[in-house]
Design a protein around this ligand. Structure first.
Ligand code: ADP
Length: 410
């Protein structure tokens, strides 16, 4: 029975408890006549629980479902819902009218249509509270055989579309970014070709100059396509962990030797420090070379002002205590403001787009590094003090033969 003062108050003010008024509102929404007492099995105008003939069975079934599910009685009151549904609609309360807790207009409308037409309804909606999420809901009228019409139910199930929508959004952003990146050098190439065919047709000096620029732009497009292909190959093989033992000191040496000319051009001194003991990981050598090359090249390009780049190879431990190898590339350039750090490994993310482009960057380098490390069961960490430089560390699990745990030997 209704006992609280507020409820008595509500009754006194209007002559009817709120549940009766909402029940009437619900039936009005369904477009039905006010055919009987609001509470099945209870006296009209009371707040006593509805005794649905199958309430216990319904509740057990709903609790066994993985997806969010809510069951309403014909009057729109909640008979049962599972914990997944509670996270979609935290205001759900047993026996209360669903109108109170499911405030999304599209959903309320679908429930109304399903109740009125006795036909299943599907609806998509976006919920901001408690988190930004997209859902599709199926509202299905359930007829219980052998029972009177008032025992019929509405089953509402939800499907969380958020991950799917995020992937769709990422794909759309990715295509937009990739096209934009390709369009810029392509527009430059077309412009120079037109100039060379027209006004600069007989100007040998201009031709030399323009061909030089065109070469740079074409190389940039080729690099972008290379990086895109590498990324998609890495994604295809993301679930295949490489199993060839690779010693890392020679990898570091190969990368440093390969970038010596760039370092000289930029006036940067590269220093390598590695232990005497061999540090071996299970990996794809070419991918590890490519990843480290990206980090050292970035340090030489963006950190050139520091005049020094240190590359350190050490044995370390993860937080969980498992042995790992760390390769740190540290520069002493301008560093990176902290707000950019969490997003640096996103595709096409750059701190300064013009700076990256002028250095021939594609914005894909750190995304590639992250993918390579994921595939190797490792990770990348970035530290930076603006004004004092940046340190990028590749963490890769140490091969267990090296840790004395006796797996594959080299
Ligand atoms: P890019 O092709 O632009 O170099 P990356 O993914 O390799 O792409 O790097 C993303 C961005 O991170 C760069 O554009 C640059 O703004 C920033 N960055 C990377 N390394 C450094 C560094 N050592 N010092 C300062 N900024 C860096």
């Amino acid at each position: 029975m209704m006992t609280t003062e507020a409820a008595e108050d509500g009754k006194a003010r209007t002559g009817q408890p709120w549940s009766v008024r909402l029940g009437r509102a619900w039936r009005a929404l369904l477009g039905e006549p006010d055919y009987g007492p609001f509470a099945l099995g209870a006296a009209a105008g009371t707040e006593v629980a509805i005794a649905h003939p199958h309430a216990a069975v319904i509740e057990a079934l709903v609790n066994g479902l993985h997806a969010p599910a809510i069951v309403l009685d014909r009057d729109g009151r909640v008979i049962a819902f599972n914990s997944a549904a509670a996270s979609v609609a935290p205001a759900l309360r047993p026996r209360e009218p669903a109108l109170i807790s499911l405030r999304t207009p599209e959903l309320v409308d679908a429930i109304r249509r399903a109740g009125k037409r006795r036909e299943p309804q599907r609806v998509e909606f976006f919920d901001r509270v408690p988190l930004d999420r997209w859902f599709e809901a199926f509202v299905t009228p359930v007829k219980l055989p052998g029972l009177e019409r008032t025992a019929d139910l509405l089953l509402i199930t939800f499907n969380d579309l958020t991950p799917l929508r995020r992937v769709e959004q990422m794909r759309a952003d990715f295509i937009a970014n990739a096209s934009h990146e390709l369009r810029t050098p392509l527009a430059a190439l077309l412009g120079f070709i037109e100039t060379l065919q027209g006004p600069a047709r007989d100007d040998a000096a201009a031709r030399e100059k323009f061909l030089g620029i065109m070469r740079v732009q074409a190389a940039r497009m080729a690099r972008l396509i290379d990086d895109l292909l590498s990324l998609s190959r890495l994604e295809l093989n993301a679930h295949l962990q490489p199993n060839t033992p690779v010693e890392l000191a020679p990898v570091v040496r190969q990368v440093v030797d390969g970038l010596m000319t760039l370092a000289r051009d930029r006036g940067v001194d590269m220093k390598v420090s590695a232990p005497d003991e061999p540090l071996v990981v299970l990996g794809e050598r070419d991918e590890l070379v490519r990843a480290l090359e990206n980090l050292v090249e970035n340090a030489l390009k963006y950190g050139a002002a520091g005049k020094r780049v240190d590359i350190t190879l050490v044995r370390g431990q993860t937080r969980a205590g498992t042995p790992e190898v760390r390769i740190t590339v540290r520069d002493f350039g301008p560093g990176i403001p902290p707000e950019h750090l969490p997003r640096l490994t996103e595709r096409f993310y750059r701190v300064d787009v013009a700076d990256s482009r002028s250095q021939g960057g594609t914005g894909l380098g750190l995304a590639l590094v992250k993918h390579v490390l994921n595939r190797h069961g490792g990770r990348i960490t970035i530290e930076s003090t603006p004004g004092a430089g940046a340190a990028f560390t590749m963490h890769i699990p140490l091969h267990s033969a090296e840790t004395g745990q006796g797996s594959k030997s080299q």
